[in-house]
Design a protein around this ligand. Structure first.
Ligand code: R5P
Length: 268
């Protein structure tokens, strides 16, 4: 007859074996892309964050490392920093890391904004909004003295669209999405595709309650993003675009081996 002790020890060994198996199948190291993101984020925070600053916090996956480093420095150096979010996600990051949360009503002028990007060209024009955040990001960036961008090296391109194949995000008022789609397609060629949600039927709804058109333009002047941005903005129903032209002051690119390169607006 099997004793209670034998059953218990069998259970113990089985669960230990399962734990071991789980550990051995789990990646032990950070992926090389994440190493690049973290390196860029850490370097930017080390270079730019100073005591008593008002800081805008961007959105996406790279900004997570920046917030971690900000929280570390706030704690270790006893810094007084207030943070303005650019999205629901950014707000959560700020509160989770016990940083001081502010907003543009209390803090309309910022010293610094740190944010990620989907692509950065040689002139520091950015595509943003791959994660559905662009309008609040652009507003917050426009309120800052310095707008610092952090990205892994895949985002560093000669021309916008070299790597980023998902189009230029344009946030639109929901009732206008179809006419805006038609107008943008006839204005700039190509296709403007309504972004659909992954775990919900229907479109992605932004933090502002709007829709996103991902625009794959064929006829637009791809060397004059300033003009393209203005043309899109002139269409009624468009809230803003994911094109950030002449906004970034410095970009930090992190490589897969943890090195960081930087680019200034006219350092090509
Ligand atoms: O919509 C998302 C934001 O614009 C992000 O900053 C951008 O997509 C970059 O995100 P990630 O750091 O995840 O590459």
């Amino acid at each position: 007859m099997i004793s209670f002790k034998t059953v218990l020890s069998g259970f113990y060994w089985r669960s230990s074996f399962c734990k071991l198996l789980k550990q051995s199948t789990r990646p032990l190291t950070m992926s090389s892309i994440e190493i690049g993101k973290k390196a860029a984020a850490t370097a930017a925070v080390n270079d730019w964050l100073k005591d008593n600053q008002k800081v805008g916090i961007g959105s996406g996956s790279t900004i997570v490392y920046a917030v971690e480093r900000i929280a570390e420095r706030v704690k270790n150096e006893n810094l007084k920093i207030s943070c303005v979010p650019t999205s629901f996600q950014a707000k959560q990051l700020i509160t989770e890391h016990e940083l001081t949360l502010s907003d543009l009503e209390r803090t309309p002028e910022l010293d610094l904004v740190i944010d990620g990007a989907d692509e950065v060209d040689k002139d520091l024009v950015l595509i943003k909004g791959g994660g559905g955040c662009l309008v609040q990001e652009k507003i917050v960036a426009s309120c800052a003295k310095d707008f610092i961008v952090i990205a892994d090296e895949r985002k560093d391109v000669k021309k916008l669209g070299d790597n980023w194949k998902k189009g230029i995000p344009v946030e639109v008022i929901p009732m206008a999405y179809l006419p805006v789609k038609g107008k943008l397609e006839s204005l700039l060629g190509g296709e403007a595709i309504l972004r659909l949600a992954k775990s919900k039927a229907g479109p992605v709804v932004t933090d502002n309650g709007n829709f996103i058109l991902d625009c794959h333009f064929s006829d637009c002047m791809k060397d004059d993003w300033y003009k393209v941005n203005l043309q899109i903005l002139a269409t009624p129903g468009v809230v803003d675009t994911g094109l950030f032209v002449k906004m970034a002051n410095k970009v930090y690119f992190g490589t897969t081996d943890g090195k960081v390169t930087t680019r200034l607006p006219n350092s090509n």
